[in-house]
Write a protein that binds this ligand. Structure first.
Ligand SMILES: NC(=O)C1=CN([C@@H]2O[C@H](COP(=O)(O)OP(=O)(O)OC[C@H]3O[C@@H](n4cnc5c(N)ncnc54)[C@H](O)[C@@H]3O)[C@@H](O)[C@H]2O)C=CC1
Ligand SMILES: O=C([O-])CC(=O)C(=O)O
Length: 224
């Protein structure tokens, strides 16, 4: 989940004028759908710590009252509101600039990400129908697996609704870059923060492709 959060130096160069919230308090209005889960809770915490976020909506089908209470007690500026279950989805989404979706089931041992398709595809479709209706201009980050397939499903929902903008729909796979940097850093004995491994393809075993021939490092000792 840390892969979603902008590095502090990147935050510093983002000005208020870059924030998409219009006609209201400056800052991004962010909704996390699936906020009570293993990804959703720490992601919500990181969003609450992000100074660019002014409003944080936490939506899930379980446990959001408790999660919202805990996250809202952090002494940072974002206003936190909780939403529980399908009847509250539209309220959770209305006016949002950024919607992040870690909702759905995760893999159990022996499963591939593709095995999640039948359940998670339906969840993502329903959530995206809500986005198309309530915040059609929002940036949408899809984390729910299989990302290779849930992103196209989201695209089809938005196309049907007439709200599709490829620049605003993203599958979150930066985790693959983070892992590649860490593993290559370990092998080469470098600080992984000094290593940059470009990763292309998708987010499934055979489609994640780290371009090892293109590794660059800011460390002067680096030779490949
Ligand atoms: N793209 C990536 O790099 C990564 C993707 N994932 C994927 O993220 C998803 C979530 O993983 P975890 O948080 O570990 O699972 P989890 O089971 O801990 O949490 C999922 C949450 O989604 C909620 N949920 C289920 N149906 C929902 C609905 N209709 N509306 C709203 N919320 C709903 C559940 O109540 C639960 O709180 C999985 O599909 C997993 O494969 C996980 C790690 C990395
Ligand atoms: O492996 C999973 O199912 C969760 C995920 O996408 C990852 O950790 O890369």
């Amino acid at each position: 989940f840390t892969f979603i959060i902008l590095k502090m130096e990147e935050v510093a160069i983002l000005k208020g004028s870059n924030c998409r919230a219009k006609g209201a308090a400056p800052g991004f209005k962010v909704a996390v759908l699936g906020a009570s889960g293993g990804i959703g809770q720490p992601l919500s915490l990181l969003m609450k710590m992000n100074p660019l976020v002014s409003v944080l909506h936490l939506y899930d089908v379980v446990n959001t009252p408790g999660v919202t209470a805990d996250i809202s007690h952090m002494n940072t500026g974002a206003v936190v509101r909780g939403f529980l279950g399908q009847p509250q989805l539209e309220s959770a989404l209305t006016g949002m600039d950024l919607v992040i979706i870690p909702a759905g089931i995760p893999r159990k041992p022996g499963m591939t990400r593709d095995d999640l398709f039948n359940i998670n595809a339906g969840i993502v479709r329903t959530l995206c129908e809500g986005i198309a209706k309530c915040c059609p201009n929002a940036i949408v980050n899809v984390i729910s697996n299989p990302v290779n397939s849930t992103v196209p499903i989201a695209a089809e929902v938005f196309k049907k609704a007439g709200t599709y903008d490829p620049k605003r729909l993203l599958g979150v796979t930066t985790l693959d870059v983070v892992r590649a940097n860490t593993f290559v850093g370990e092998v080469l004995g470098l600080d992984p923060r000094d290593v940059n491994v470009p990763v292309v393809g998708g987010h499934a075993g055979v489609t994640i492709l780290p371009l090892l021939s293109q590794v660059i490092s800011t460390c002067s000792c680096f030779k490949f």
